[in-house]
Design a protein around this ligand. Structure first.
Ligand SMILES: NC(=O)c1ccc[n+]([C@@H]2O[C@H](COP(=O)([O-])OP(=O)(O)OC[C@H]3O[C@@H](n4cnc5c(N)ncnc54)[C@H](OP(=O)(O)O)[C@@H]3O)[C@@H](O)[C@H]2O)c1
Length: 326
C-alpha cells in the first residue's frame, strides 16, 4: 500500500481506503464489518470513512462496535465522519451547518462510535443559509476541543471552499484541508473547471468517493441486476436506471477488454484510473463482502500499468476529448 499526504497536512493516508455508505448496517452487521475492516487494515488501509447520515446513525454504531472488537491502537488508523443532513427533521436540525447542529452533531457521532475524537470531520454539503464565519468558527472550536483533528468539505464548490479558507486565515482559525468529491470514470469532471487551479494553488487534499459508480464499474450489471447487489436494494431507483442504461453498459463492456489485456478485473482497472490522479489523496472504496475488498486492494498494483496509451484508450471509451481533460 502506498501512502499519500492528505493535502498540505502532515497526515499520510493509504491511497485506497474504505467507507461504509449503504453497506454498514443495511448489508453488513458488526461481525461482517469487522471482517471487511480487518482485511482492509491488513492490506495497509488506515482511513475509514463514515457519516452521521449513513443508515440514520447506525453505520457509525456498527463501525464503532467493529473497532472495539478489533482492538486496534487508536493511533494506527483514521476515522472520519460528516455532518449536514442531520438525524431529525427539526427546523435547526437538518440541512444545516449552524453552530448548534455541528457541535451537537459531533457529540452524537462520538457517542455512537464510542470514540474520543474523529480524525477528519467533513461538512457533508455546503449550507447556503448559515454564514460561513459561523461554520468555520464552530469547526475550529471542535478541533480546539480535541473532538476532531482536521476538518474538510464534501461536494462544495471551489469558490465556497476558498471563502472558508479566507475566513479561517483572517481570524487565524483551523482551515478546511480536504474535499470529498465524487470521482470515477463516469463522473470525472471534479478536477477540471474551477477546481483545476484550485488544487494546485491551495494544496487541498481530496478523498474521492464512489470510484466504481456504486458497482457499475465492476461489470456486475452487464447481464442484469443481481439480487444481492446495491441496485437491488430499496430506494435505489436512480442506480437501477444508471446500471441498466445501454450506453453505460457498452462503456463498461469496452473497458473489460482493456482490463483483460492488463490481466486485471474491471474494478481494479477503474480504481487504478482514480489512483493515477496526483491530486487524489485517497480513493474511498466500498465493499459489501470481503472478496470485493481483497480484489479491490490489488488496484495499487494495476496503476503503474496505466501508460499514457492505455489512458488514451480509456478516454476514448468514455468519449472524452483531449481539451476536456485539461
Ligand atoms: N461524501 C459523500 O457525499 C459520499 C457519497 C457516497 C459515498 N461516499 C463515501 O465513499 C465510500 C465509497 O463509495 P461507494 O460505496 O459508492 O463506492 P463504489 O466503489 O462506487 O461502490 C461500492 C459498491 O460496489 C460493489 N462492489 C465493490 N467492489 C466490487 C467488486 N470488486 N465486484 C463487484 N461489486 C463490487 C459493492 O456493492 P454491492 O455488492 O452491494 O453491489 C460495493 O458496496 C462510501 O462508503 C462513503 O464512505 C461519500
Amino acid at each position: 500500500m502506498e501512502y499519500r499526504s492528505l493535502g498540505r497536512t502532515g497526515i499520510k493516508v493509504s491511497e485506497l481506503s474504505l467507507g461504509s455508505w449503504i453497506t454498514f448496517k443495511n448489508q453488513v452487521d458488526v461481525d461482517a464489518a469487522a471482517e471487511i475492516m480487518a482485511a482492509a487494515y491488513d492490506a495497509g488501509v488506515n482511513f475509514f470513512d463514515n457519516a452521521e447520515a449513513y443508515a440514520g446513525g447506525k453505520s457509525e454504531e456498527v463501525m464503532g462496535a467493529a473497532l472495539k472488537k478489533l482492538g486496534w491502537r487508536r493511533e494506527s488508523y483514521l476515522v472520519t465522519t460528516k455532518i449536514y443532513w442531520g438525524l431529525q427533521d427539526g427546523v435547526n436540525e437538518s440541512n444545516t451547518l449552524n453552530r448548534k447542529r455541528l457541535i451537537e452533531g459531533i457529540n452524537g457521532s462520538l457517542k455512537r462510535f464510542q470514540l474520543d475524537y474523529v480524525d477528519v470531520l467533513y461538512c457533508h454539503r455546503a449550507d447556503k443559509n448559515t454564514p460561513i464565519e459561523e461554520t468555520v468558527w464552530a469547526m475550529h472550536n471542535i478541533i480546539e476541543w480535541g473532538k476532531a483533528m482536521y476538518w474538510g468539505t464534501s461536494m462544495w464548490s471551489a469558490a465556497e471552499i476558498v471563502e472558508a479558507i479566507w475566513v479561517a486565515e483572517k481570524h487565524h482559525l483551523h482551515k478546511p484541508v480536504v474535499e470529498q468529491p465524487v470521482y470515477n470514470l463516469f463522473e470525472r469532471g471534479h478536477f477540471a473547471g474551477e477546481y483545476a487551479r484550485f488544487y494546485k494553488e491551495y494544496g487541498y487534499g481530496s478523498t474521492t468517493f464512489s470510484p466504481l459508480a456504486s458497482g457499475l464499474l465492476s461489470g456486475k450489471y452487464n447481464a442484469g441486476i443481481p439480487d444481492d447487489s446495491r441496485a437491488a436494494t430499496t430506494n435505489m431507483g436512480w442506480l437501477k436506471e444508471s446500471v441498466t442504461n445501454k450506453d453505460n453498459l457498452a462503456k463498461v463492456q469496452a473497458l473489460e477488454s482493456v482490463a483483460k489485456e492488463l490481466g486485471c478485473t474491471i474494478s481494479q482497472l477503474s480504481l487504478a484510473w482514480c489512483l493515477k490522479n496526483p491530486f487524489v489523496s485517497t480513493v474511498i472504496t466500498g465493499a459489501s463482502r470481503g472478496s470485493q475488498l481483497h480484489e479491490n486492494m490489488k488496484a495499487s498494483e494495476v496503476a503503474p500499468k496505466l501508460t499514457p496509451e492505455i489512458l488514451e484508450r480509456i478516454d476514448k471509451i468514455f468519449g472524452v476529448k483531449e481539451e476536456e481533460e485539461e
